[in-house]
Design a protein around this ligand. Sequence first.
Ligand code: HEM
Ligand code: HEM
Ligand SMILES: [Fe+2]
Length: 464
Amino acid sequence: MYRSQKLALKYLTAAITLFGIMTVAGLMSAYYYINPDFLFGILHFNIAKILHIDTMIIWLLMGFMGAIYWFLPEEFGRELVGIKLAEILFYVFFGAVVVVAVVFIVVQYGNSDETALWFINQGRKYVEAPRWAAIGVVVVMAVFAYNVIGTAYVTGKVSGITAVLMVDLVPLLVLYLDAFPAISNMSADLFWWWWLVHLWVEATWEVLIGCIMAWSLMQLLGTSRRIVETWLYIEVALVLGTGILGLGHHYFWIGAPSYWLTIGGLFSAFEPLPLLGMVVHAVYDAGTHHMKTTNRPAFYWLMAEAFGNFLGGGVWGFMMTLPQVNLYAHGTQWTVSHGHFAFWGAYACGVLSVIYLVIQKLRSLTQVDGALWKWSFAALNLGLVGMVGALLVSGFAQAFIERAIGGSTHDAFIAGQSSPWFVEGMVTRFIFGLMFAAGYVALVWDLLTIGKRAPVLATAGAAE
Ligand code: HEM
Ligand code: HEM
Ligand SMILES: [Fe+2]
């Protein structure tokens, strides 16, 4: 095994660990909606939510890095050029995450001054980490990009997938720099902040997961490189063609010029197209190979990624992307419904698929299957879809009662929040959240024991 692949194992383990912390923080955040007195005066909703969404970004990023560090040396046929540095930085990265989490929990907030920005919280949703840690993330990502681009340069072997990946890493990193400026004008601040959030999840991350899924499809189903690369080019062209100006769907009500209503509505309405393309691609590949695979969990998670990306990102996003609808849906639990479905479908499922592929290689399993992965697959996906459904009901209640009927007054806000539809949605979400958490436990159990458990799953080593 290459050193880079050993590093990948560390990243994937860290990712799964943070996924667990994220789930606990999610359950806590959800519980405040049922019992607002929960941990009163000790830990408020905002901190739990920050922990929830920041660990989400970090575990997914670590998952992507793990996947790429895993596939890359095989792609190049050699060790990565900056592997030593990357190995050291893994510990720096993980240590920084722990320090930031402790500061969030213990210190929580500071004054609105430079010290707070540097050491406590930058106050920008999803990228709240204080500046010192944000700089650390930039360094880690820069070394990661150097390993990809530098190794390609040294070997001179650039495949279609690595070419797309290299080009993608540049904007991905540059957009993260957007986490730094503290702009006091809220419209201007949001205007630039969306460059980070929207252009990450609806452009650069989509390209990244496209590359990772291309490698996975080749490994999982034996699809030819020519086919996956052709699809990748089409998908990337469509993602960027629709997603870049689709940014406008966040500029409707923040004080940006009104031409964004048309631009954002139009381009983002086309955003589901590449996501539909990805579903067609995955189903086509599975069909031509008669769904023959030695790794069913990886295959199912890959299919969940394709469908989840399309449904959660494409369909749920489309539902609220036209300004005529977004006027009512904006910033309600409807948004939260879409956010969960999309991040889960587009990114989390993809990372889980790669993890099963890695485990197969790691433990030299000729066949990866069993009952436990099915339980975790079912509980995680049903739990997630249940939460998404409940959130949608709560979100609709807000859109109707608070916005359409009540005209967005403060009283209407309270009426929306206290409507039985809203309240029951919040309770239902929590129950499905528990199911999701049970699925997480089953997942970890399965990952730790698969291939070591049943004699049916004879490993090549054991057979010898
Ligand atoms: C046990 C499972 C989970 C529970 C109970 C949960 C609960 C929550 C809660 C209560 C919030 C705050 C929403 C608000 O401000 O009203 C939230 C936000 C969020 N969660 Fe989760 N979550 C869970 C799993 C996940 C997963 C698996 C993902 C994605 C992979 C995710 C992604 C997000 C995102 C992106 C937000 C921010 C949404 C927004 O503010 O619009 N969550 N979650
Ligand atoms: C798979 C990729 C996607 C992910 C991970 C994602 C995630 C999210 C998240 C987390 C938010 C809430 C942001 C916040 O306020 O904190 C959001 C908002 C939004 N997304 Fe997506 N999204 C994706 C794709 C799409 C697509 C393809 C569309 C349109 C077709 C779309 C339309 C929207 C709109 C209109 C909003 C603003 C909602 C509001 O006004 O409150 N998204 N998205
Ligand atoms: Fe967006």
